[in-house]
Design a binder for this molecule. Structure first.
Ligand code: FES
Ligand SMILES: [Fe+2]
Length: 402
C-alpha cells in the first residue's frame, strides 16, 4: 500500500513531476513513421502530458515542436510546411525543426523581433519505422540496441495496440506480476496446450513451483519455474518496456491517464541467416478491445478473447491512475514492490543530477544488449508459438555477416 503522495510520485508524467523527469531521459517512440506523408505532413502528438506537433518539412527534416504557436497560441497542426519548416496557419510565423523563428510576415521588413522567439522543440530520430523523441536535457543519450530491435537474423514488425486509457505504471506493474498469467489468461495463453484447468478459480496456478525476480543492468527479470522443470524468464526493460516472447511492448505515457502502446516484434529468419529488411517494418493496427472504444470503465465493455484484451481490461479497470492507498499487496506482489523501489531509487538519482538506469552515452559501449532473447526463441519454437519470418525478402549468407 502506498500513501497518496507516494502514488503521485511514481505515476505522474508531466514536466517537473518526479517520475516525469526520469522518463524524459530516454528516447520514446511517438509516432508511426509511415503516417507522416507529403499529403499529411503534420500530426498532433501528446507525450508525457505535453501537446506537440510532429511535422516533416519539404526537405524531409522531421521536427517536434510545441503545438501552441509562440505568437498567440494557434495550433501548428494546421501549419503549412515548406522547405524551411512549418508556418503557423494564423499569421505565418515560420519555425524550423529546431524551433527557431525564421519569419514573422506581418512585422516590418527590418524587424528583428523573430530573433527573440524560440518555439519549444525536441530532437527526433527515425528508428525501426517509428519516430522517437528525446524530451530531456541535452545532451541526448543513445537509443539502446536491445536484441529485439537490432538483431539482423530476422525482420521486425510493428503492432500498434489500441490506446490504453490509464496510467502507464499499471502496465509496468503487470510486467512483474507473473502470477496473473495462470489465472487471467487461463483460457487463451498458448502455453496451456489443450488442457483444461481443474478449477477456473485457480487456473493453472498449480503448475508453478516458484516465482523469482532479479535486477539486471537494463531492468528486472521475472522468472517462473514450473513444476515440470521449464523455466520461463522475461525482462522488464526499465522504465517502460516489457519483453514478452519475441516482442518488446513499449508503453509511452501520453499523459497521466493515457498510454500509447506499441509493440516491436522480432521474427527470426527460417534458417538463422541474416535478412536485409526492406524499408520500414510492416505495421499492424489492432482493433479496439472495448466497446465503445473511447469509453472508460464502467461505460465500456471489454472483450476478453485475446491475451492483450484481458490485460487492458485489468489495467484500465484499476482506474485512470490506480489508487494504491486502497490496495492489499500479498506475497505474490513482491515483483511490484521491487519495481516501485527501483523507480523511486532512479527518480532520486535524477533528482541528484545523475543518469537513471540503462542510459547509454558512450559510443564504445553502444553494442547489442542481450536480453536473453535466444532462450525465449528456443522455448517458443519448441512450443510451436514462434512465427518465423519468410516472404520475399533478400537472404544473406552466414559468410556475409562480418
Ligand atoms: S498565432 Fe501563430 S502566427 Fe499568430
Ligand atoms: Fe498479462
Amino acid at each position: 500500500m502506498l500513501t497518496n503522495e507516494e502514488n503521485e510520485f511514481l505515476t505522474r508524467v508531466g514536466p517537473g513531476t518526479p517520475a516525469g523527469e526520469p522518463l524524459r531521459r530516454y528516447w520514446l517512440p511517438v509516432s508511426i513513421a509511415k503516417e507522416l506523408t507529403d499529403e499529411n505532413p503534420t500530426q498532433f502528438v501528446r507525450i508525457l502530458g505535453e501537446d506537440l506537433v510532429l511535422f516533416r518539412d519539404k526537405t524531409g527534416r522531421v521536427g517536434l515542436l510545441e503545438d501552441r504557436c509562440s505568437h498567440r497560441g494557434a495550433s501548428l497542426v494546421y501549419g503549412r510546411v515548406e522547405e524551411r519548416g512549418i508556418a503557423c496557419a494564423y499569421h505565418g510565423w515560420l519555425y524550423d525543426v529546431e524551433g527557431n523563428c525564421l519569419e514573422t510576415p506581418p512585422e516590418p521588413a527590418e524587424s528583428k523581433f523573430r530573433l527573440t522567439i524560440k518555439q519549444k522543440a525536441y530532437p527526433v530520430k527515425k528508428f525501426i519505422g517509428l519516430y522517437w523523441a528525446y524530451m530531456g536535457p541535452e545532451p541526448a543519450p543513445l537509443i539502446p540496441k536491445y536484441d529485439v530491435w537490432v538483431r539482423q537474423d530476422g525482420v521486425r514488425r510493428i503492432i500498434l495496440q489500441p490506446q490504453l486509457d490509464c496510467n502507464w505504471f499499471q502496465a509496468m506493474e503487470n510486467s512483474v506480476d507473473p502470477a496473473h498469467l495462470q489465472i487471467l489468461h487461463q483460457d487463451t495463453a498458448k502455453s496451456r496446450g489443450s488442457r483444461a484447468a481443474s478449477s477456473t478459480t485457480r487456473g493453472f496456478t498449480d503448475d508453478i513451483e516458484s516465482f523469482d525476480f532479479y535486477e539486471v543492468p537494463y531492468g528486472i527479470i521475472k522468472k517462473r519455474t514450473y513444476k515440470k522443470g521449464l523455466v520461463d524468464e522475461h525482462p522488464l526493460i526499465f522504465p517502460n518496456i516489457n519483453r514478452e516472447g519475441n516482442t518488446t511492448q513499449i508503453r509511452v505515457p501520453i499523459d497521466d491517464t493515457h498510454t500509447w502502446h506499441v509493440f516491436i516484434r522480432f521474427e527470426p529468419s527460417e534458417d538463422g541467416n541474416r535478412i536485409e529488411e526492406e524499408g520500414d517494418p510492416p505495421v499492424e493496427y489492432l482493433r479496439a478491445y472495448k466497446d465503445p472504444p473511447e469509453a472508460l470503465h464502467p461505460l465500456a465493455r471489454f472483450r476478453l478473447n485475446e491475451v492483450m484484451a484481458q490485460d487492458h481490461m485489468a489495467w484500465e479497470t484499476q482506474g485512470p491512475i490506480a489508487d494504491r492507498s486502497q490496495e492489499r499487496l500479498a506475497t505474490s506482489d513482491r515483483g511490484i514492490v521491487l519495481l516501485r523501489e527501483i523507480l523511486k531509487r532512479e527518480i532520486e538519482k535524477v533528482q541528484r543530477g545523475q543518469d537513471p538506469k540503462g542510459i547509454i552515452r558512450d559510443a564504445a559501449q553502444h553494442t547489442m544488449i542481450d536480453t536473453h532473447l535466444d532462450e525465449t526463441l528456443k522455448q517458443m519454437a519448441m512450443s510451436g508459438r514462434l512465427q518465423k519470418s519468410v516472404g520475399a525478402r533478400f537472404m544473406i549468407n552466414h559468410e556475409d555477416r562480418g
